[in-house]
Ligand binder design. Structure first.
Ligand code: OOG
Ligand code: NI
Length: 459
């Protein structure tokens, strides 16, 4: 029940996303430069491509575009993950999807906290890619026990944040004053700390095991490691990054450039080396790199059939490349991707007819004016121009892309081989609840939009 004096969780999320962006802009100046480049590019696309502008206007996505971003964090224990789930729930964010990163040599598994309903996403599509370290993958038992003991000692939430999470749970929401304090206090969990919680030698040992292990274990909390704005043309941004003093990774992750974008394309630039103080040092003598920059372009959400086709074509291109994409083979990789993906229909109507993507349906002026439509089937309403169709934007992540982003930021030394399997069950046990299947969410949104059309036409 939504109490009248409670602030809507969607607005708390919107405010939190803004507060996070302000904090990150202050902490990482390059983020500000990236934001400016993305804003400029988006304005250029909206001015020069009336179709894209119209599409964003029609779906209302234009309103969320400037607000749109995702962040990423990594936590160390089940208890931290479970409390994070409760913290995000206060902002209407739920764990969507399960991503196993071990095949790529990264010892974590992950989910994305985000809003799940289209009206909530419209207010704020803010998402946080959240990874849990798999301590069981530290082979050295002594080091594993050490890592565990360091993690067990820390508390990543402020006492006031914990109290407000509890209050939101028991009273069913937060008042204006409480919401304001909650945003302030929740932000503290994601802040960067210049002092580590271990000695320089301990840090080296953790880092030698895996750089990511040091990143999670050696600090007071899960500092936000990037904040990613959404661009309307990632190729332009990728090409212009060097002129802005930013060096992007060699290839753009995800599908190749298309007329009708699908899923998610991402690029990033390397983590910065930042000064830190270890516990046996008086001043910041050491350094650690964790924070990087990333941008993304989002396209249509795919159905299970579309996703299977995407996975098949991506795997075929990568198999033929016979290596991880890198600087040396980037051009060949792009050629192979374009070749293989020519099999994927590149019109929205083609994708819709083959049920490769999810769509939203809208009643047109013509549909509103016509009274005799009640009995027409959906396809005839579309072909008769009574309904208009727009692709549903993909709000999630891609495991192969995420692996590529992790790797380009951790360096080649991070390509460990783990002989383990994904363990969604263990992840959900740590989380304290099941993750939500993202495909089901898109199917529901599509179904609701069709239902609404029929309500309007029959009303
Ligand atoms: C997360 C990397 C994955 C994405 O957008 O796929 C990611 C991390 O480095 O913690 O951010
Ligand atoms: Ni990311």
């Amino acid at each position: 029940m939504n109490h009248p004096s409670f602030v809507s969780p969607d607005l708390i999320r919107q405010r939190f996303s803004k507060a996070m962006s302000d904090m990150y802009r202050e902490e990482v100046p390059l983020y500000g430069a990236l934001m400016e480049l993305v804003e400029k590019t988006n304005r250029h696309v909206l001015d020069s491509d009336p179709l894209v502008a119209q599409q964003l206007n029609d779906t209302g996505e234009i309103e969320r575009l400037d607000l749109e971003r995702h962040g990423a964090i990594r936590v160390g224990t089940a208890a931290e993950l479970a409390t994070l789930a409760r913290l995000f729930a206060v902002m209407g964010m739920q764990p969507v999807g399960y991503y196993d990163l071990t095949p790529a040599g990264v010892p974590v598994h992950s989910t994305a906290f985000r809003a799940v309903h289209e009206t909530a996403l419209q207010v704020s599509p803010f998402r946080v890619f959240t990874s849990l370290l798999r301590l069981e993958l530290i082979e050295d038992l002594e080091l594993r026990a050490f890592a565990q003991s360091v993690l067990d000692k820390r508390s990543i939430f402020t006492p006031i944040a914990l109290k407000l999470i509890e209050r939101a749970e028991t009273q069913g929401g937060l008042t204006e004053q409480e919401a304001e304090t909650f945003v302030e206090q929740a932000l503290e969990t994601f802040r960067w700390h210049h002092s580590a919680t271990v000695t320089a030698e301990q840090y080296q040992k953790l880092s030698a095991q895996h750089r990511l292990i040091a990143d999670v274990v050696a600090f007071k909390g899960p500092h936000i490691n990037h904040l990613t704005p959404r661009t309307l043309d990632i190729d332009i941004v990728q090409a212009q990054m060097p002129a802005h003093g930013i060096t992007p990774k060699a290839v753009i992750e995800g599908p190749p450039r298309r007329r009708c974008p699908i899923l998610l394309r991402q690029t990033s630039f390397k983590a910065l080396d930042e000064p830190v103080a270890f516990t046996d040092q008086a001043r910041t003598r050491g350094s650690h790199s964790a924070r990087f920059g990333e941008i993304e372009q989002r396209g249509a959400a795919l159905t299970p059939k579309g996703r299977a086709l995407y996975d098949r074509l991506l795997n075929a291109a990568r198999d033929e490349l016979k290596d991880f994409p890198n600087e040396a083979n980037a051009e060949r990789y792009n050629t192979l991707m374009a070749q293989h993906f020519s099999e994927f229909p590149d019109t929205y109507e083609g994708m819709r007819r083959q049920e490769l993507a999810y769509f939203r349906y809208f009643v047109t002026e013509k549909g509103l004016a016509a009274a005799e439509l009640k009995t027409l089937p959906l396809e005839e309403l579309v072909s008769g121009g009574y309904l208009r169709v727009e692709p549903l934007v993909y709000d999630d992540f891609l495991p192969v892309s995420a692996a590529g982003i992790f790797q380009s930021n951790l360096g080649d030394a991070a390509q460990t081989h783990y002989g383990v399997h994904s363990n969604q069950h263990a992840f959900e046990k740590a989380l304290g609840r099941p993750t939500i299947d993202e495909l089901g969410l898109y199917a529901e949104t599509q179904r609701r939009s069709i239902e609404q059309c029929f309500t309007v036409l029959n009303g």
